[in-house]
Design a protein around this ligand. Structure first.
Ligand SMILES: Cc1cc2nc3c(=O)[nH]c(=O)nc-3n(C[C@H](O)[C@H](O)[C@H](O)COP(=O)(O)O)c2cc1C
Length: 161
């Protein structure tokens, strides 16, 4: 069985919802256990035991929220991320509001920690995912399939490793 942890920051619930959809998509792959953690209630022992870790955040000023950045800086050494598969997702209010920058910052953190990162892959066709999935807060219900597809692709890729 593969174990996955999805860690997110969320003030008004949009990114939390996206994380739950990613976990649903992972569970659609066989022999998977996926758990979601907000940065306030993250279980570091479970995260350390995970085969893959996905980080998600809202977009603040076309960037990562300070709360998420501070949490990652505080816990970087304790998360045991080196050697794991990593991924990232974001939410934003506006198209071109900076969600992909947020994802890039999360992926950069993961690379610095020694993770191998996975994007979801545009080669799968629709829904096309380049760096990771981004959902719009005002229309988040229409992004359900995008986040689920990403979770399923991530879990399926990890199962082959
Ligand atoms: C302080 C602040 C700054 C924000 N900056 C941006 C931004 O630069 N671009 C954008 O598209 N949305 C921005 N937003 C909107 C949030 O990214 C968006 O609503 C997000 O989905 C909220 O996630 P949450 O419900 O998980 O907290 C900002 C929101 C706040 C509170």
């Amino acid at each position: 069985m593969k174990h996955f942890a999805i860690i997110y920051d969320s003030k008004t619930g949009t990114t939390k919802q996206a994380a739950a959809w990613i976990a649903e998509g992972m569970q659609a792959a066989s022999d998977v256990d996926a758990k979601c953690f907000s940065i306030q209630d993250a279980d570091l022992a479970v995260i350390r035991d995970a085969d893959g870790v996905i980080l998600g955040a809202p977009t603040y000023f076309a960037s990562l929220p300070g709360t998420m950045k501070a949490w990652l800086e505080t816990h970087a050494k304790g998360l045991g991320l080196a050697g794991k598969l990593g991924g990232a997702f974001a939410t934003e209010q506006y198209i071109h509001g900076g969600g992909e920058t947020t994802i890039s910052e999360l992926l950069t953190f993961e690379l610095c920690c020694g993770m191998a990162v996975y994007s979801g892959g545009s080669s799968f066709g629709e829904p096309f995912i380049h760096l990771g999935p981004v959902g719009l807060s005002g229309d988040i219900k229409n992004f359900r399939e995008l986040f689920q597809a990403y979770g399923k692709r991530f879990a399926t890729f990890c199962a082959k490793k």
